[in-house]
Design a protein around this ligand. Structure first.
Ligand SMILES: Cc1cc2nc3c(=O)[nH]c(=O)nc-3n(C[C@H](O)[C@H](O)[C@H](O)COP(=O)(O)OP(=O)(O)OC[C@H]3O[C@@H](n4cnc5c(N)ncnc54)[C@H](O)[C@@H]3O)c2cc1C
Length: 381
């Protein structure tokens, strides 16, 4: 008899996991409280990031994932708008530059081709950039694609293998008997049983695990983002600040950090992340603020002064999961038959490899990677 899996969460990870499970003949139901892509994944910029991962297993999986993402258009026989692009991680002060230098050294030893750029070199790779307030940057090749097309591809192809997708279906709690996970209870009261439950619930993971007495260290940043009208090629690389890692993902309560990228069709995507403070995840998607967007725009213009006033087509708010340790909560935890997949630093690049690993766990295959460092952060209370 084939195994049955329930995947909770229709973001990048839920979609990829559901696809690989269904493809491998596991009877799979994906349950999403809103619509597929309604969480952080629908608010994201589609960058196939490679230089952001933590050295060690995270980076190893990222490098493996980078190879696989480049094969996805062929695997699906679909246009995902994939193209190669550079990534600039900018240091505005000595502290951030020291962080980039140290990270580059370690990541190079893991086989990542990463360069440190001074202001002159920066001007060469990003001609519209004003380097006045910049100390330096690290630079690396990465990819870019249309994230909605990627999620739709996982879902569409998964359905061909029998994947069921239940949207507008909220999971109230995970059902466990003793120390073994049996299924989930929906907000409607209906119970779904399976051999495995996989929580790919991003910023909501901590809350959902509480009912199991499982302490999961997933935090989240609040992000405001928007898309502008199309313009001629202006930004060559994905542009983000090192302070995102040195501060926004750290202990400080107030820091913000922005990122931007130009899509294949010429739109600029601009976003800023900050600590949510006491803002509840329940507010996700409801707080679009024109003033906030204009503030981000001013910040971006500090670096790109020749950028004209552009029309904002759409803005959104989202909550993006992370862990203070910078490594994800991924794998089998103390509750049997429960798999967690959340808090990844980079998402798009890891989608194929995370889906494949979860499928190996469910199929009882011997794993190629030791995930214990990703799971030992979660503890039963
Ligand atoms: C502005 C911005 C730009 C970004 N750009 C990039 C980028 O270019 N590249 C990149 O790799 N990363 C990027 N990120 C980070 C990336 O978006 C996240 O890491 C990623 O989306 C997380 O995916 P996920 O599947 O874990 O979570 P989510 O996409 O948040 O998915 C979790 C899903 O679970 C559902 N859910 C939660 N609880 C329940 C429940 N009880 N019942 C049913 N469903 C539930 C939610 O509705 C949600 O859809 C960006 C983030 C932001 C904020």
């Amino acid at each position: 008899m084939s195994k049955k899996a329930i995947v909770v969460g229709g973001g990048y990870f839920g979609c990829s996991i559901a696809y690989y499970l269904a493809k491998n003949k596991i009877k799979t139901i994906l349950v999403e409280q809103n619509e597929v892509g309604s969480g952080s994944s629908g608010g994201n910029f589609g960058c196939v990031q490679v230089q952001d991962s933590e050295p060690g297993l995270s980076l190893e999986l990222t490098l493996e994932g980078y190879q696989r993402v480049q094969q996805l258009e062929k695997e699906f026989n679909l246009d995902l708008e994939y193209r190669e692009m550079g990534s600039l991680l900018i240091a505005e002060n000595e502290k951030d530059m020291s962080f980039l230098i140290e990270q580059a050294k370690i990541k190079q030893s893991w086989g990542l081709k990463i360069d440190l750029l001074d202001r002159n070199e920066l001007k060469r790779v990003e001609p519209n950039l004003s380097t006045d307030s910049i100390r330096g940057a690290s630079y690396c090749k990465q990819g870019h694609l249309n994230g909605f097309k990627l999620m739709n591809a996982f879902i569409g192809q998964g359905k061909r293998y029998g994947l069921e997708v239940w949207e507008r279906t909220k999971v109230k709690k995970v059902i466990a008997a003793g120390n073994t996970c049996k299924g989930v209870e929906l907000a409607s009261g209906e119970k779904l049983y399976g051999d495995y439950v996989i929580l790919a619930t991003g910023a909501w993971t901590k809350e959902l695990c509480k009912s199991l007495g499982l302490n999961v260290p997933i935090e989240y940043v609040k992000a405001e983002a928007f898309v502008t009208e199309q313009i001629q090629p202006f930004l060559i690389n994905y542009f983000s600040l090192a302070s995102f890692f040195t501060e926004a993902h750290g202990q400080d309560e107030t820091t913000t950090s922005f990122c931007c990228v130009q899509t294949k069709s010429g739109n600029l995507l601009l976003g800023e992340t900050s600590k949510p403070g006491l803002v509840s995840t329940e507010e996700s998607g409801t707080r679009n603020s024109r003033e906030h967007c204009l503030g981000i725009y001013q910040e971006v213009r500090k670096f790109f002064p020749s950028l004209l006033n552009l029309n904002i087509l759409r803005s959104w708010t989202t909550y993006s999961p992370y862990t203070v340790s910078h490594i994800p909560v991924f794998g089998e935890v103390e509750v049997q038959n429960l798999i967690l997949a959340a808090g990844f630093k980079s998402a798009v690049v890891l989608t194929p490899i995370v889906g494949e690993i979860v499928t190996d766990i469910v199929r009882g295959e011997r794993l190629k990677y030791d995930l214990s460092q990703f799971t030992q952060q979660s503890r039963l209370a």
